[in-house]
Design a protein around this ligand. Structure first.
Ligand code: ATP
Ligand code: MG
Length: 278
């Protein structure tokens, strides 16, 4: 039992419309890890907070709630390696992400953090209004506001739900890219990290120029700054060839690449849990 690993599911409230994709990637990763000789136990976030005394040797996690991350953090401090680390997951909370990427000088969509309780300094619409903490969990969390009144309504809606901070971002025109990555780069054999990207399907592409190496580098820099090892997100390729990073998420569903990604994550975890750092 020395190689007992916990895999922790994402809270279903954090997976709107993606519950089964999020569940499947964790399950499949667990299967691949079992084949490598680990004993995997899959847990819900609630089971982690309720667990007592019998702790695993390693944890891989998709959960995001702060109380669960705190619990896992105490385990980590006592020597249980985790992917992603609880701190890295916390860093994807939108307001923290903005601050961490800014501190690390990683280019990110210009983002203004505002209190939801008062009307903001005027921003020229159209503007995206996003809750300041977790990513999109329900209607009203990520809103495209085309007028000043709509910005205020979106902020009031968040305030009424007890969400204190919001992030305001300008609207960027261009081709929407989704990406997935595994590993922060520079592993023991300097193997390139696993990285895939594709154009989001629900859009009419403008055919803007896109430098794939620049995209991979931008994403790796962001992931490294946030401390993420399994990640995904969104970027826009603009008409001038600029790449604008919109969002980085911890351990996404990898939906289009589930089989390939779950095997790659399991290999990465096996290495990481055997003492190889990254
Ligand atoms: N500043 C922006 N400019 C243009 N489009 C944007 C902008 N911000 C968000 N979007 C659009 O809204 C989508 C969701 O935004 P974002 O990724 O920040 O939120 P999320 O909470 O992670 O949602 P999801 O889970 O759907 O990715 C993006 O994929 C993109 O299509
Ligand atoms: Mg997103």
């Amino acid at each position: 039992m020395s190689r007992v690993c916990w895999g922790v599911f994402r809270e279903s409230t954090h997976s709107p419309g993606r519950e089964s994709d999020d569940t499947e990637i964790l399950r499949l990763t667990g299967k691949h890890l079992e084949a490598k000789g680990f004993h995997v136990e899959l847990k819900t976030a609630d089971e982690v907070t309720e667990a007592e005394e019998v702790w695993p040797r390693f944890v891989f996690l998709m959960c995001e709630r702060l109380d669960v991350l705190e619990r896992l953090r105490t385990l980590e401090v006592s020597g249980v390696p985790q992917v992603n680390t609880p701190r890295a997951v916390h860093n994807t909370y939108r307001d923290r992400m903005v601050a961490v990427l800014d501190e690390a000088s990683v280019p990110f969509i210009p983002s203004r953090i505002v209190a939801t309780s008062e009307p903001p300094e005027p921003s020229a619409p159209p503007v995206w209004v996003k809750r300041g903490d977790v990513h999109n969990t329900q209607e009203g969390d990520v809103v495209f506001a085309t007028t000043t009144a709509a910005i205020e309504t979106a902020l009031q809606g968040l305030a009424q739900r007890g969400i204190k901070r919001a992030v305001l971002q300008p609207h960027v025109e261009g081709d929407l890219i989704k990406f997935y990555g595994i590993g922060a780069g520079g592993g023991p054999h300097r193997e390139p990290p696993w990285f895939r990207w594709f154009y989001h399907k629900d859009q009419k592409l403008s055919g803007n120029p896109l430098d794939q190496r620049m995209l991979a580098r931008l994403v790796r820099r962001a992931a490294a700054a946030l401390g993420l090892e399994v990640y995904g997100g969104d970027a826009i390729a603009t008409a001038t060839g600029e790449l604008v990073l919109l969002d980085v998420n911890a351990w996404p569903s990898f939906a289009l690449y589930r089989d390939e990604a779950s095997a790659a994550i399991a290999s990465y975890l096996a290495l990481r849990f055997s003492g190889g750092k990254r």
